[in-house]
Design a protein around this ligand. Sequence first.
Ligand code: NDP
Length: 328
Amino acid sequence: MHTAHKIMKVFVTRRIPQEGMKILSQSGVCKVSLWDSDEPVPREELLKGVAGAHGLLCLLSDKIDTEVLHAAGPNLKVISTLSVGFDHMAMDEIKKRGVRVGYTPDVLTDATAELTVALLLATARRLPEGVLEVKNGGWSTWKPLWLCGYGLLGSTVGVIGLGRIGMAIARRLKPFGVKRLLYSGRTAKSYASDVEGEYVPLDTLLSECDFVVVSCALTPETQGLCNKAFFSKMKNNAVFINTSRGAVVNQEDLYQALTTGQIACAGLDVTTPEPLPTDHPLLTLKNCVVLPHIGSATYSTRGIMAELSANNLLAGLQGTDMPSELKF
Ligand code: NDP
């Protein structure tokens, strides 16, 4: 005689790559209900969909707060997010309820670091401006002083938050001829020696760097970290890049810094809110390059993220070891 397994209920808040859906549907462990769209699930539908669920597979655009946890009810065993960031989830409340959390570190590190380098070069070398000039007839001839920007050779680069992604960014930037690599964070990292990284106070990093790259997690401490005081310590010819989370930056202060010549230019892959309204002041600036949060967006990375988040979810449902469990 075999034990009859109870089929558990899972809610998936978005259409995700088929690699992940296949794992869930073939598991025989759960019945999946899916918000079958590329657009975010409306709040009411999320609350409805999650009711009675044992597992929730969510995205960084879903706010997982007390209300959602309450709507899910006591069945909920596991939340698996298709992201490495977890600032969209009320971790205290999740912990209180004994719900396990899966996330997707490592597998998106290379893609995100690569995008960060692309954004840095695009911003510093003014690629979007140049592309526009070609299309709109602004390209009259080769001009010695036209569309000049900043290069990495001989520069000092600062990484705020030398974690997995920060380190992968540093490794990629070094071969461009970076002279010094500074980093700041809560603690010095032994692995920083691989990139000859120097652990310095934030103020030192800001005053000495030609490129400032933000790759820390969004926490109460880092929220609004890049504000007026922050930008005022940077060099006037410095390039600012943020691929962490939008809320790390005070966007009004960034706008001021960019329009007053406090800093040279900025590249952002993340904003508040997302999407950034098309009439947002930052979008009127030639020296600000904004991307739509595409750090991890390669076909293969997204497939692997979907796979990992599905496997995390299944492990959470079955009470086994997760491939990537968030310990908090
Ligand atoms: P890690 O946890 O490996 O790194 C996070 C880093 O943040 C750590 O090195 C930590 O430094 C640092 N940090 C935390 N608190 C502070 C602080 N107060 N001041 C300075 N640094 C701090 O995470 P990952 O590298 O994997 O990911 C980093 C972030 O990147 C994610 O949280 C996510 O928000 C974002 N991300 C964005 C993507 C995109 O598409 N643009 C894609 C993937 C991730 P310390 O150890 O010293 O505390």
